[in-house]
Design a binder for this molecule. Structure first.
Ligand code: ADP
Ligand code: ZN
Length: 208
């Protein structure tokens, strides 16, 4: 199964991705995580990516496509994969088509007015990478899952979030139509509890 997860920033892609990975054993390929790892390790790619990510803009298509193509060519992706955060532009989607066949594109739908609060209230775990919302976990700085330290992502401040949402509307949302026309799009309601969203996701994946 070659799966693409679509959805606005804050739609819960990352959370669903880790549940899918656990249940179906697919490698989780998150371009956001890959960029952040490069930023942490101060690689040339990381330095370049940081200058875009900090402004809430997309990293250039050419470097992003190259990074994904290299990742998908590794042995662990031969039996399938879960792409999270890629493609984000039509040009990335067209490039992707040239090197793999996508089984299904899952679009997680959340009303736009809920996204800002979801992102600015997000806390991430340094250790396990999971993210949580302050409305659920309160003010704690300890990860409820693994006990690691929680932090707020640098690009989760209100100004950057606003530009990420604008980028989504202007460059990424059109992928819904793109994949609809190819007949591979499945939508699930993301405006529900994590378990309910995952139940809907499983319903789709189990029929593939
Ligand atoms: P979210 O889905 O919560 O916005 P991600 O962790 O997926 O966050 O991505 C964080 C940032 O990394 C994006 O705002 C963008 O700058 C960069 N990025 C991630 N994926 C891509 C991509 N496919 N193309 C270009 N930039 C990307
Ligand atoms: Zn944790």
């Amino acid at each position: 199964m070659n799966i693409v997860l679509l959805g606005a920033p804050g739609s819960g892609k990352g959370t669903q991705a880790s549940l899918i990975t656990e249940q179906y054993g697919l490698p989780h390929i998150s371009t956001g995580d890959m960029f952040r790892e490069n930023i942490r390790e101060k690689t040339p790619l990381g330095v370049l990516a940081k200058s875009y990510i900090d402004k809430g803009q997309l990293c250039p298509d050419d470097v992003t496509v190259k990074m994904v193509e290299e990742r998908l060519s590794r042995a662990d992706c031969k039996k399938g994969f879960l792409l999270d955060g890629f493609p984000r532009t039509i040009s990335q989607a067209e490039a992707l088509e040239k090197f793999v066949k996508i089984t299904c594109v899952l679009d997680i739908e959340v009303p736009l007015d809920k996204l800002l609060g979801r992102l600015t209230g997000r806390r991430c775990c340094e250790k396990c990478g999971e993210s949580f919302h302050v409305s659920v976990i309160g003010k704690t700085e300890i990860c409820p899952k693994c006990g690691g330290k929680l932090y707020t992502r640098a690009d989760d401040n209100e100004e950057t979030v606003q530009s990420r949402l604008n980028v989504y509307a202007s460059q990424t949302a059109s992928l819904i139509d793109f994949y609809q026309r190819k007949g591979v799009l499945k939508s699930v309601n993301g405006d529900a509890a994590v378990e309910e969203v995952f139940a809907a996701v499983q319903e789709v994946l189990n029929t593939l």
